[in-house]
Structure formats: C-alpha cells, structure tokens
Design a protein around this ligand. Structure first.
Ligand code: 5GP
Length: 118
C-alpha cells in the first residue's frame, strides 16, 4: 500500500488541524497525543511521506533517520522523563495496532510504564 496523505498526521503536518507541538525541526515534528495513555505521551513523526517503519527505513534519508532518533531522546529530555525512564513504541500494521498510516513513535513516561516483554 502506498502512502495516503489524507491521514490525520499528514493533515497536522499541513496545518489543517491543530496539534500541541512539543518539538520541530526540518525533518521531524513532535506533538502531544490527543488521548494520552501516560502523563507523558508525545508522538514523534518524520515530516516525509512514510506509511510505516519499513517505508521509512527504505526511503528515508540518513538525515531524516538521524533527526528522528535525536528528536526521540530530546522529547524525553524536555518532558523531564529521561532520567526516570520512558518507553518508545512504534505500532506497525494491523497486528501491531497501527491506526494512523503515517509512521509515528510514541514516547510514554511520567510514571512506571511496566514491561511488556520479559
Ligand atoms: P497508533 O495506534 O496508530 O500507534 O497510534 C495513533 C495515536 O494517534 C493514538 O495514540 C491516538 O490517540 C493518536 N491520535 C489520533 N488522532 C489524533 C489527533 O487528531 N491528534 C493527535 N494529537 N493525536 C491523535
């Protein structure tokens, strides 16, 4: 499936719907999740048109990939959850629970978020 730019995050990137922005640079936008599952719940997305992690890995530039990883750590730092710990999640595809078809990373913290894998 190719990228469909009618998804909600593409609309946020175009400024068509509002979002509470946390961080932005040339390649990345971070904003608060509309339905937070933890005291810190920020979404970090590349600005490029990538549906999922595989598309980002295949088509993203090295600059985009580097900016994304740095933004994830920066968001955790700025939300003051970096010291106590946090989780980054990238739900992918139907079985992975991905609802929005623009690749995104959840940064969750501000409380113990437990372990899903042990
Ligand atoms: P997924 O299940 O695709 O990994 O996560 C999508 C996330 O996007 C969910 O946590 C959901 O709350 C969030 N979300 C859905 N619509 C909006 C919106 O319009 N604005 C914001 N800020 N977050 C949204």
């Amino acid at each position: 499936m190719s990228y469909d730019d009618s998804n909600i995050f593409a609309r946020i990137l175009r400024g068509e719907i509002p979002a509470k922005k946390v961080y932005e640079d040339d390649h990345v936008l971070a904003f608060e999740d509309i339905s937070p599952k933890a005291p810190v719940h920020t979404l970090v997305i590349p600005k490029g048109p990538y549906k999922d992690l595989a598309a980002l890995a295949a088509q993203g530039t090295d600059a985009e990939l580097a900016a994304l990883v740095r933004a994830l750590a920066k968001v955790a730092e700025e939300k003051q959850t970096a010291d106590s710990g946090y989780r980054v999640i990238c739900n992918t595809g139907e079985d992975g629970g991905q609802e929005v078809d623009h690749v995104h990373f959840h940064v969750l913290g501000g409380k113990p978020v437990g372990r899903m894998i042990s």
